[in-house]
Design a binder for this molecule. Sequence first.
Ligand code: AMP
Length: 419
Amino acid sequence: MPFASLGLTPELVRAVTEEGYAHPTPIQQETIPLALQGRDLIGSAQTGTGKTAAFMLPILQRLAPGPKHTLRALVLAPTRELAEQVLQSARTYGRHTRLSAAAIYGGVGMEPQTQALRRGVDIVVATPGRLLDHMERGHVDFSRLEVLVLDEADRMLDMGFAPDVRRILRALPAKRQTLLFSATISLEVDALARAALNGHASVEIGRRAQAADGIEHVIVAVDKLQKRAALAKILQAKPAGQTLVFTRTKYGADKLAGYLKKEGIPAHALHGDKAQSHRTRTLDAFRQGAAEILVATDIAARGIDVDGIRMVVNFDVPNDPETYVHRVGRTARAGARGLALTLLSPDEWLVMADIEKLIGQTFPREVIPGFGQCGTAGRDVGKNRTVSRVRRRRTSLPYASLLTQPPYVSSQALFSMET
Ligand code: AMP
């Protein structure tokens, strides 16, 4: 299906064609025609599915004919990185329109943002806290607002933005189009959606909590104390391409990056305590391939939109299954393939079982030569079921073709490495 058949104007079709998009992604096919009709939508979609274009293209189409330099679309996003990325998408897809966009987020000076708001922009992409700061100072005029997008609504709630978002909602015109996107539609997201939709009927699109098909999920059974060394071994053997390593804490990210560097593996840490300029620099280096290994916390990694990520490593198992879906969604983007490795120590098996349930697969278990801890993996859990699952080794590869299609990473290539 070509983009033009979705009802987009030639200048938008031209922009996506120039981006190299041949066909709309499934979420775009579902969302764009409905959004163009002005419908309110609740979209279940994570980053990596093309959801930014799914909401941005209809916004650009709606705003293109109207008055310029008038705030008519607001996108709320949980993190600066995501806000920055959505801004870039607005500029990329809107390059043949005369619309302008600005990002509003914390950690940087207020003044340039204030000036942009004063000059007048058509689309504002904002994190809730900083937007409220500007609203309180009277810098924002929502009287002409036509479209609101709540992007990554679940993460916005996880980060404690619910009161801020509700305050912003109260300041917006009741008559508007509202589009809400969330990787998972929990009860909390549902409640926020109801508040945002003002009693309007909405169309629900996308399947819930789904990891991309091109991801090969693999569990690496390893004792907690051996995780760092096991990771170093994996990274030394890793094929070319960017690797994103997730840790649960900022401190953990720093410590792990430091350890890897000592082992001669050039790794960079990315988390919310780093200065914004540092985060931007690190992310740019990663995006361009100058930095191949990034150790990040979940929040910092929210907006990472890098097509070349071949492998995601969960150094710590995430606290909840939805976070796992988000993490692994950084690889296998836009139809590519990737590998998601989870280093799993005995105390983490129960969470992992929930993750497998959500994804609907039992992931193969691997052991790195010299690091295998199969026999002990289930002991802390105390469930025979778990122990026997750990012991079961995989005999066939679900993505054997990965081996013959470089540069995609194959777990077999990693796990057949020499001790
Ligand atoms: P998103 O889910 O918005 O973060 O998009 C994920 C990635 O997919 C981005 O790098 C986009 O540039 C890319 N993308 C979006 N739509 C398409 C498409 N129709 N075809 C190919 N790539 C796309």
